[in-house]
Ligand binder design. Structure first.
Ligand code: NAD
Ligand code: UDP
Length: 319
């Protein structure tokens, strides 16, 4: 296939390009570098099956040649308001890429008769009342909170995707991604794993927002990409959760990172840093992915952290 990947210079987009190329496909990467980094694609320069178009997907998209699949991954993804890359600091761009970017990429898929896959998120469940979260749960989202620019854009994007499927018959797929981490995340991305690893490598205390009892379930990037690739090739049109169901409190995560790195600076609790809509518990129910994609994650948190730490250590040294 010849596959358009939007958000190709980002963390997940660049790993996705690598996987698609390894499977023998041709890839057209597209990105405007809003939160991504050209360095994430530097190793693909000169690759015979990879090309890149610098473009903002909220503007009309033209791709020369045929397109067999469109994978829409463009969007800021960090909720951290202290990071310049956090979506609270990019609110209009985030709304536009979820809304107009999804509309435009669906238009490309329709014009080319291509299959379409969009990167949705566990944030569509908001601060959930159902635990673990299954795809049938409609969520509890504050429509005007700090996270709303992301959550509501992704909910709109899902609705638009289903409309193109039902009305235009486009072969669409929706993956609801739960917290994923790994090499190539921005050092200053602001999400919890990059923050903790960077702080620990620098011998600083880890910043736990609130009391640290809120939970997340962390998926290593290679596991996620495997699930997404299976979904792309499947006949599944309903949303599918992809994530790791091993659930940890943020405090447990901080203690684990400090232990692995031998960081004696400990932890500092920052009550004021927490946003009011921070989900209290998050864990995917992956029954659907298990049954319909025969997928489940394989990499443990400790193993995934070790691989991520290695990458962060190298990049911090190069700075
Ligand atoms: P990222 O910030 O590393 O990558 C996003 C990429 O999209 C960046 O390269 C950015 O420059 C690009 N982009 C943003 N707006 C654009 C625009 N208008 N035009 C073209 N390119 C644009 O984030 P990520 O973690 O790799 O996330 C990728 C996708 O996966 C996002 O859609 C995100 O919502 C989704 N997602 C990620 C996670 C996760 O845990 N990593 C969880 C849920 C959903
Ligand atoms: N968090 C934290 N310290 C940090 C960054 C994040 O305690 O330095 C917390 C944050 O409040 C949230 C959790 O870690 O409860 C996960 O945050 P992240 O930004 O990774 O993504 P989210 O899952 O909230 O979208």
């Amino acid at each position: 296939m010849r596959i358009l990947v939007t958000g190709a210079a980002g963390f997940l987009g660049s790993h996705l390009c690598d996987r698609l190329l390894a499977e023998g496909h041709a890839v057209v990467g597209m990105d405007n570098f809003l939160t991504g980094d050209p360095q994430n694609l530097a190793h693909l320069a000169g690759h015979p099956r990879f090309s890149f178009i610098r473009h903002d997907v909220t503007q009309f998209i033209f791709v020369p040649g045929k397109v067999d699949a469109v994978m829409h991954f463009a969007s800021p993804a960090s909720p951290n308001r202290f990071s310049p890359y956090g979506y609270p600091n990019l609110p209009i761009q985030t709304l536009k890429v979820g809304a107009m970017g999804t509309h435009n990429t669906l238009g490309v898929a329709k014009a080319h008769g291509a299959r379409f896959l969009m990167a949705s998120t566990s944030e569509v469940y908001g601060d959930p009342e159902v635990h673990p979260q299954h795809e049938g749960y409609w969520g509890k989202v504050n429509p005007i909170g700090e996270r709303s620019v992301y959550d509501e854009a992704k909910r709109y994007a899902e609705a638009m995707t289903m409309a193109y499927h039902r009305y235009h018959g486009v072969d669409t797929h929706i993956v609801r991604i739960f917290n994923t981490y790994g090499p190539r995340m921005r050092l200053d991305d602001g999400r919890v794993i990059p923050n903790f690893i960077k702080q620990a490598l620098q011998g600083k205390p880890l910043t736990v927002y609130g009391n640290g009892n809120q939970t997340r379930s962390f998926c290593y990037v290679d596991d996620l990409i495997e699930g997404i690739y299976r979904l792309l090739l499947s006949d599944e049109h309903e949303p599918v959760n992809i994530g790791n169901p091993d659930e940890f409190t943020i405090l447990q995560l901080a203690e684990t990172v400090n232990r692995i790195l031998g960081n004696e600076a400990g932890i500092v609790f920052q009550e004021e840093a927490r946003d009011r809509d921070d989900p209290q518990r998050r864990c995917p129910d992956i029954t659907r992915a298990r049954e319909r994609l025969q997928w489940e994650p394989r990499v443990s948190l400790e193993d995934g952290l070790a691989l991520t730490i290695e990458d962060f250590r190298k990049r911090l040294q190069d700075q």
